[in-house]
Design a binder for this molecule. Sequence first.
Ligand code: 0O2
Ligand code: 0O2
Length: 208
Amino acid sequence: MDWQVFLNPYSQAVDELKIKLKGVREQCVIENRHSPVEFVTGRVKPIASILDKMKRKNILINEIEEEIQDIAGLRIMCQFVDDIYAVIELLRKRKDLDFVEERNYITHKKESGYRSFHVVVSYPVQTVDGEKRILVEIQIRTLAMNFWATIEHSLNYKYEGAIPMNIQDRLQRAAEAAFRLDEEMSLIKGEIQEAQKIFDQKEKRKRT
Ligand code: 0O2
Ligand code: 0O2
């Protein structure tokens, strides 16, 4: 298996989608509209993580293209829960990707307390040998969900998946606090957006 050759289209897809999704924010900022996209990150899954997942899920090397859906991964962070659904609608309308699967871990949060909306899309990459469609996982979450998931991910790494009970309890409580934070922010969404519009206009005037 030549990993460099295999992963190249995935890395191309991540780079392209990062630019395209950041473009959504740019357009909104230019047009002085509220952007449902706060920021975008992306990565190609490291080879060691692909091998781990193959082992854990009994996936053969010739099955990874179909069975491992997050070799290319994008993450879209939003300010408000409503923005997540706006982003999903926006993605659904795009002509450069097709939805394959949706996983709503917001209405169905994971046992760990994890919340996010996952969409798996099929994305066409133009290669020297023609078009190649690959699967890309897009995770869409609020800043609060991202904060929680980032911390939980590091703790899982530290404890190699066996987080002590007392810390698990704390994480559960932190997840509930993050949920309440999202709810509180939604209640004053109008106020916040108005303030941000005024701020953005001021910033724009400074630059022109
Ligand atoms: P900017 O100008 O900082 O917004 P790249 O290839 O440069 O696009 P890179 O370095 O591969 O991106 O990093 P990654 O992990 O894909 O994305 C990190 C981006 O997320 C950076 O933006 C960070 O600034 C941004 N980011 C991280 N945390 C926050 C946050 O809490 N709020 C906001 N608004 N942005 C955050 P860039 O691309 O460097 O551009
Ligand atoms: P990375 O690169 O570290 O993010 P799975 O069986 O859980 O591995 P599945 O069912 O194919 O994967 O997909 P799922 O559950 O929709 O998405 C898995 C990804 O969602 C994980 O990727 C995480 O990014 C995120 N995720 C899912 N559950 C949790 C959780 O409890 N805590 C945190 N912090 N993140 C979660 P990986 O594989 O960890 O890769």
